[in-house]
Design a protein. Structure first.
Lengths: 332, 215
């Protein structure tokens, strides 16, 4: 549905040109909640701003519903933007307008008549549970309420894509959860594709089915969220994904032992794989630490274990574990 | 007393009408000064530079000099270069660039993110100006218009020097040429009252809008 090809954005107004995004390729399917994560300055905001052409890309194409956004100008560009809603970190609500007028504005822009606008706005306010605040100005609202207005406003044009630029980064954890639940519901009920920009891995874990990790304008990892989180991570992606449980303080490795990181995903987490291993090889397995995480409603368990081993049976042990569905990584 | 009332009315007429013309021309000019800036919704570097330069040029001329300098234009526009109507031409001419700069700074205070939000909705530059830029900065615009009105009042007194009528004219003719201190004092009192009135009207209006927006 969204196909980004060789997209680059170079700022060359300064003496040293700055490559904000460097030939990015991405495919986003209809109905995806696609997370784009990275540290600040990684280029995620620029990327999302290229999608609705608030920024003009230097090269490449952004094909949404068969139309290349990079090629559009003027009226055609403005009309294409109707199909792309945007939610901002700082809400960016119109302070001069009431909640109702804020949500109505994109509809007015589209030139709809008053009655249609009224019906639409009421529906949206109900959806975000803000009916009682309809005549209030944004200054009176809490952060969570402001963001719900922001979401209602972004949905007003019946967009097929919703861009969320750090939509929860200015909110407290409880409100963040509420907003994430709302976004997920919108994705399910309306079938809107969501592109979620964030620096918080927890946001990705809780709502995104796919994720891309951005660093210095390049995608260093991408795929299904569960896979990205369970898969052996490279040095680069490790500090985003941090998929190892914390090792204990007295975790010196005994002689003739190997330390393994085991990953159990979904139903393998329910099988007694480790118990089986202990019986099969009659080993004294020492569990160092463990964690369980819920990613996209799939449980992902992680264990760090020390296994006494001679070099010849370590391979067999790893094979046994892998046959039983666990991911294995030899740490040391 | 009668002459004082007559002069006050003349001044109010001059200032009021000039203010209307100033806003009618200065507001669009100020808007263009903002939106043509680099990175704004209708970036036009050349237009911006040209306008900005012209505004600076007009603003560098002291009012008295501008008034005399544009006399031929005044004569062409209103048929004479003396009197209240004639005084309004240089008044408007001198105040437009001032007000345009005030509009520019008021509109620049509108958060870039809010404009970005409007752009992301597919709003056209005109829709953004009418629907976002101006309404968002109305309190600042009102305060700016108030400052402009007070300025106009000051300029209008100077216009009195070339027979423009109004309080300035009165002060010069009676207070200065005829040494009637009482007329001079009264003129000053009226001017002080007028400035207070203009300023507090502006403040009340702006505060009222700010108050509504906090509700």
């Amino acid at each position: 549905m969204i196909k980004i090809q060789n997209l680059s954005k170079i700022y060359d107004n300064s003496k040293r040109p700055l490559v904000a995004i460097d030939s990015i390729n991405l495919d986003i399917d209809k109905g995806d909640i696609f997370g784009i994560v990275g540290l600040s300055g990684a280029g995620k905001s620029t990327l999302v701003r290229c999608i609705n052409r608030i920024e003009k890309p230097s090269s490449g194409s952004i094909i949404i519903n068969g139309v290349d956004m990079a090629e559009l100008e003027g009226k055609a560009l403005r009309q294409a933007r109707y199909a792309i809603g945007m939610v901002f970190q700082n809400f960016n609500l119109f302070n001069s307008k009431t909640v109702y007028e804020n949500v109505a504005f994109p509809l007015k822009v589209k030139g709809m008549d008053k009655n249609t606008i009224h019906q639409h706005v009421m529906d949206l306010l109900e959806k975000v549970e803000l009916m009682d605040k309809k005549d209030v100005h944004p200054m009176r609202l809490s952060g969570g309420q402001k963001q719900r207005v922001g979401i209602a406003r972004a949905l007003a044009g019946n967009p097929s894509v919703l861009l969320c630029d750090e939509a929860t980064s200015a909110l407290d954890p409880k409100t963040t959860d509420q907003i994430l639940t709302l976004l997920k519901r919108i994705n399910k009920e309306l079938g809107v594709t969501l592109i979620v920009i964030t620096h918080e891995m927890d946001v990705v874990k809780s709502i995104c089915n796919k994720v891309a990790i951005l660093e210095n304008g390049c995608i260093i990892e991408s795929g299904e969220t569960v896979d990205v989180f369970t898969h052996q991570s490279s040095e680069k992606t490790r500090h985003f994904i941090n998929n190892r449980p914390i090792e204990g303080p007295h975790s010196k490795l005994a002689k003739n032992s190997s330390r393994l990181l085991l990953t159990f995903k979904g139903d393998t987490a329910d099988r007694p794989v480790l118990a089986g291993l202990i019986q099969e090889f009659s080993l004294n397995v020492n569990i160092r630490s463990g964690s369980i995480d819920s990613i996209q409603e799939t449980s992902v368990g992680k264990l760090i274990v020390d296994i006494p081993s001679t070099s010849n049976n370590l391979d067999e042990i790893i094979q046994y574990l892998m046959q039983h569905g666990a991911g294995v990584e030899v740490i040391s | 007393m009668e002459i004082l009332i007559k002069a006050s009315l003349e001044t109010l007429y001059m200032v009021g009408l000039s203010l209307i013309f100033t806003i009618m021309i200065g507001l669009p000019l100020g808007i263009v000064l903002v939106i043509t800036q680099p990175g704004h919704i209708a970036e036009q570097k050349r237009v911006y530079k040209l306008l900005s330069y012209s505004v600076n040029m007009t603003r560098s001329l002291p009012f008295v000099i501008l008034m005399i300098f544009i006399m031929p234009l005044t004569r062409w526009l209103v048929g004479t270069s003396i009197g209240t109507q004639a005084a309004m031409v240089p008044l408007v001419f001198a105040t437009i660039p001032f007000f345009a700069r005030i509009v520019e700074s008021a509109l620049q205070e509108v958060d870039q993110g809010i404009i970005e939000a409007a752009v992301s909705m597919g709003a056209s530059p005109l829709q953004i100006i009418v629907g976002v830029l101006v309404p968002e900065s109305i309190p600042s615009l009102i305060l700016g218009a108030t400052i402009t009105a007070v300025n106009l009042l000051g300029y209008s007194a100077m216009a009195g020097a070339i027979g423009g009528g109004g309080l300035g004219d009165l002060a010069i003719r009676y207070g200065y040429h005829r040494f009637q201190t009482d007329v001079m004092v009264m003129t000053i009192v009226v001017l002080i009252v007028l400035v207070q009135l203009i300023q507090s009207t502006g403040n009340v209006l702006a505060n009222k809008i700010i108050h509504i927006r906090r509700k």
